[in-house]
Design a protein around this ligand. Structure first.
Ligand code: 13P
Ligand code: SF4
Length: 349
């Protein structure tokens, strides 16, 4: 098989997938070395399509002083071949706050681009496809939050980062699935409004004494998993370890061995090395983690996030070429939304 040339000096793909991972500043990486890394999850026939784009993106990143921040749900050719930082929503927010690059390319969904822009108002934040949304973010508006506050006067509002900047602006503090319990407890209150994910809210309620008032949103990817489906996998694969994302319904979490954010699931695999593992979350996660742990067997029930899958190498290349589309946020909204995100980033520091 012939693989297209990847320029020596291109960043090496992330060599590890823990919370936020920076690419080691490569000496040189050959085309073959890069492909060898991902061959387990990218068929040889596809590589000649990806390789020239990877080459071009890595060159454009240097020319534009850009970094690519990629969520754990990105496809392996993005995650392993062009990302500078990979991680869960919390890690991407933290790294977005710390980067010195002039341009940030957010390989993820729109609310992640907004979070990066809130933390970097003076930088260019590129969103390769502005239509990459999220069913949770779409489930609630700023007016809904104001109505909730009116119904529960004096009760603080915690917003999952999977919300628009307009919603964040109406809230007290943000959280991610990686720090939700910690954020809720950091407020020191007996009751908290928690939005918009009803399943994450139920999970948090089970982990704390704080009373949780939920909103009825849900993730269209995780809500489709069922406890019966996961139990069936476990019956067919002896010794299976089940890791589940807290956006899953309670019957799924009830049969899981471990519940955590995408980064926490990866940490679990790294620390415990379960011989056979099933990650109840978006499809690309298992592909990305399997690259790092070839000795482990990954059982893959697969639900795709159609929004995450809008981000492709070609769109990343195009956004770096044109420096568009950009995330822009109304300054009046941005100022209030930024406060909620910065409060979250400060928790646990
Ligand atoms: P985390 O990566 O923060 O666990 O979030 C999962 C998710 O659904 C992001 O859209
Ligand atoms: Fe939103 Fe769910 Fe897709 Fe994440 S996986 S972006 S929560 S729809």
């Amino acid at each position: 098989m012939t693989v297209a040339f990847v320029e020596p000096g291109s960043p090496l793909p992330p060599s590890s997938t823990s919370p936020a991972v920076e690419s080691p500043n490569a000496g040189s990486v050959t085309d073959q070395a890069l492909y060898d890394r991902v061959r387990r999850v990218i068929p040889p026939l596809e590589w000649p399509v990806h390789a020239p784009l990877i080459h071009e993106i890595n060159r454009l990143k240097r020319e534009r002083d850009a970094v690519v921040l990629a969520h754990n749900y990105m496809t392996p050719e993005i995650y392993h071949c062009v990302a500078d930082i990979v991680g869960d929503s919390l890690a991407l927010a933290r790294k977005a706050a710390a980067t010195e690059a002039r341009v940030i390319v957010l390989a993820g969904v729109h609310f992640m681009g907004e979070t990066a822009k809130l933390l970097n108002p003076d930088k260019i934040v590129l969103m390769p496809d502005l239509e990459a949304g999220c069913s949770l973010a779409a489930s609630i508006t700023g007016a809904d939050v104001r109505a909730l506050r009116a119904r529960h006067p004096g009760v603080p509002v915690v917003a999952y980062v999977n919300t628009s900047a307009e919603v964040k602006a109406e809230t007290d503090i943000c959280c991610t699935s990686g720090n939700a319990v910690e954020v809720v407890e950091s407020l020191g209150c007996g009751r908290v409004i928690f939005l918009p994910d009803r399943y994450l809210a139920a999970y948090v309620a089970g982990q704390t004494k704080v009373e949780i008032i939920p909103w009825a949103g849900q993730c269209e990817v995780h809500e489709r998993f069922t406890g019966a489906e996961i139990t069936d996998y476990a019956a067919r694969h002896a010794g299976l370890t089940v890791l589940a994302h807290p956006e899953c319904p309670p019957d799924v979490l009830g049969v899981a061995d471990f519940v955590g954010s995408t980064a926490r699931m990866i940490e679990f695999v790294r620390d415990r090395r379960p011989a056979k593992v099933l990650m109840v979350t978006e499809c690309s996660m298992s592909d990305n983690v399997a690259v790092e742990f070839p000795e482990l067997e990954f059982i893959r029930p697969c639900n795709l996030c159609p929004h995450m899958k809008r981000i492709t190498l070609a769109k990343i290349r195009d956004s770096l070429l044109s420096l568009t589309p950009r995330i822009e946020i109304d300054p009046a909204i941005a100022e209030r939304a930024r406060r909620a995100v910065e409060r979250m980033v400060a928790v646990g520091k």
